[in-house]
Design a protein around this ligand. Structure first.
Ligand SMILES: NC(=O)C1=CN([C@@H]2O[C@H](COP(=O)(O)OP(=O)(O)OC[C@H]3O[C@@H](n4cnc5c(N)ncnc54)[C@H](OP(=O)(O)O)[C@@H]3O)[C@@H](O)[C@H]2O)C=CC1
Ligand SMILES: CC(=O)N[C@@H](CCC(=O)OP(=O)(O)O)C(=O)O
Length: 342
């Protein structure tokens, strides 16, 4: 059985990553690809690294024929995504990579994104797309909202610890380093090589990053009380990868034991031996997330570090994992490739 899919936003970074992954998938075929400014071009023109593949030409979304398509990936900017998805056939399965359907409460959405949600009914229907924690709901869902790449990295480190009650919920600090492809492919002055290379800086400092909406929603639901982490993301001059370094109060060995137990059957989450810590150079191009625990020199404190590739486990790999679940395929299909190294 082969399922036909469309990728809306195929001329962007996550769209191209979906194409790369699906090209090696035994049961999924790419039937349509959309672009906006790049509509009318071939994928080989837009992404020469995909030249070897026989792919549909990029069209506008209006020109995509959804007849016979089983599932659409929406790799569009947020806000555009909710407008587009509202107009798609109501029977179509959708994995949305944008932020539009991650936050369940429309008021919370407005607080972090600045605009009223224009598809509240769809927002209610959507399932949060972190497969390791919402597997059964995703398998039954029509619309799945992929997590933010920063939000996914932090959650892989912290969710089991909050659930097990082994860390102080009021003393969680997360420093996160994000590679530049996290900002997408559109041209931005601050992402020019001359302004980005040889440097690193924090952004959204002081608790203003919109992924805090996701952390608050998810961590508070697990804890059954409000949990607000202190979070500072940093932009680093790397192409791919996110490293989330979490400072927590709790016994380091217990924390490690909890993570090992939580992820023992998870194919993509690898807990490193106690005392070892991960690096983005060891997960690049793969759907793996590495998690490590190191004891602090002060008793009762630990550092928990998670690393993943924002374009695979942080977005497109996660989206394909969700699509596999929604289509009744093995969750790991097309996703077990080894990381690229060096
Ligand atoms: N990059 C990352 O690491 C992650 C991204 N995400 C989310 O995934 C989504 C896609 O991100 P990314 O691939 O990085 O973004 P890009 O900016 O690289 O790509 C955006 C895509 O959307 C298309 N597009 C833009 N505006 C419109 C419009 N008005 N109508 C139709 N199509 C449009 C673009 O077409 P064209 O280029 O032809 O104009 C392009 O194909 C975003 O919502 C992002 O927040 C989520 C997790 C991680
Ligand atoms: C470097 C950079 O800008 N990173 C992005 C990563 C977020 C992301 O891509 O996720 P969503 O946009 O889907 O929420 C940021 O911090 O906003």
């Amino acid at each position: 059985m082969t399922y036909k899919i469309a990728i809306l936003g195929a001329s962007g970074y996550t769209g191209a990553e979906l194409v790369r992954l699906i090209a090696g998938h035994p049961h999924i075929e790419i039937a349509a690809l959309s672009g906006n400014s790049k509509a009318g071009q071939s994928m080989a023109q837009v992404f020469p690294h995909l030249r070897h593949l026989d792919l549909p030409v990029l069209t506008t979304i209006d020109d995509v024929d959804f007849e016979g398509i089983d599932l659409a990936f929406c790799a569009l900017p947020h806000k555009t995504s909710q407008e587009v998805i509202s107009k798609l056939p109501k029977t179509l399965k959708i994995v949305d990579l944008s932020a539009d359907f991650r936050l369940r409460d429309p008021e919370v959405y407005q607080k972090w994104y600045g605009n009223a949600h224009s598809a509240v009914e769809l927002q209610k229907e959507a399932v949060y797309g972190l497969a390791e924690f919402y597997r059964d709901e995703i398998a039954r869902a029509r619309l799945v909202a992929g997590t933010g790449c920063n939000a996914a990295t932090g959650q892989f480190a912290l969710r089991p610890l909050i659930a097990a009650g082994v860390i102080d919920l009021d003393e969680i600090i997360m420093d996160l380093a994000c590679a530049v492809s996290g900002a997408g492919r559109s041209l931005k002055e601050n992402l020019l090589h001359a302004e980005l290379s040889e440097g690193a800086h924090a952004y959204a400092v002081g608790g203003t990053h919109r992924h805090l909406g996701e952390f608050d929603q998810e961590f508070s639901a697990i804890a059954g009380r409000s949990v607000e982490v202190q979070f500072t993301p940093h932009l680093i001059p790397a192409n791919r990868g996110i490293l989330a370094t979490n400072y927590v109060k709790g016994d380091a060995q217990t924390i490690h034991d909890v993570l090992v137990k939580a992820y023992t059957d998870e194919p993509f989450i690898v807990v490193l031996p106690f005392g070892e810590h991960p690096s983005i150079r060891h997960i690049r191009g793969s759907n793996f997330c590495h998690v490590g625990v190191v004891a602090d020199r002060r008793d009762g404190r630990a550092i928990v570090i998670a690393a993943l590739d924002n374009l695979t486990k942080g977005s497109s790999g996660q989206a394909l994992q969700n699509a596999n679940l929604m289509l009744g395929l093995p969750e790991t299909e097309g996703l077990m490739m080894a990381p690229l190294f060096p």
